[in-house]
Design a protein. Sequence first.
Length: 203
Amino acid sequence: MKLKLTGILLIILLGSSSLYAQKAGLKGGVNFSNLYVDNVDDENMKVGFNAGAYYRADLSPFFAIQPEFLFTQKGSEIVYNGFLGGSGKYRFNLNYVEAPILGVIKLGNFNIQAGPYFGLLVGANVKDVNSDGTINSVETLSRDDFNTLDTGISGGVAFDFAAGTLGARYDYGFKEIGHSQAATNATKDSKNSALQLYVGFDF
């Protein structure tokens, strides 16, 4: 009797593990990011990249949880008048390690994703772009001038293919990026904003 019960339990466990799949992989793509800043003549999108790893655990045939660990570049190119004693185009480069935790609604190979993200600023600099295309460093602003932690929400869509996934996602930050007085004066109440296009390949 005990042997029969053990066999039944094994069959149930094997059936449930095959029904609710798990997968992991590496992903990478391009970011189109911006900051929302007051008192500027223009706001220009900055192009960067994102790269990292993902893991998806199916909780049902229609829903999964997908945590990720990413390196992502954000920021903006902004035209100022009278910023840091001059005027012109300034390029804000903000590099983060981010951990999105996404809920995934699965509709066949198509899925909808949404959830919070948590970011740690690992590098920052501001570049002054001259009219002839040459670039000067703005030494008065560095990583210490910006908030180290960033939080926000991510949402997007993806299409799963046999070896991986292809998707688009929008990140919207909740926290102001400026920390020091100089950075706050430059960025006002600006927050991170980025459109991500990516492709991932399962292990």
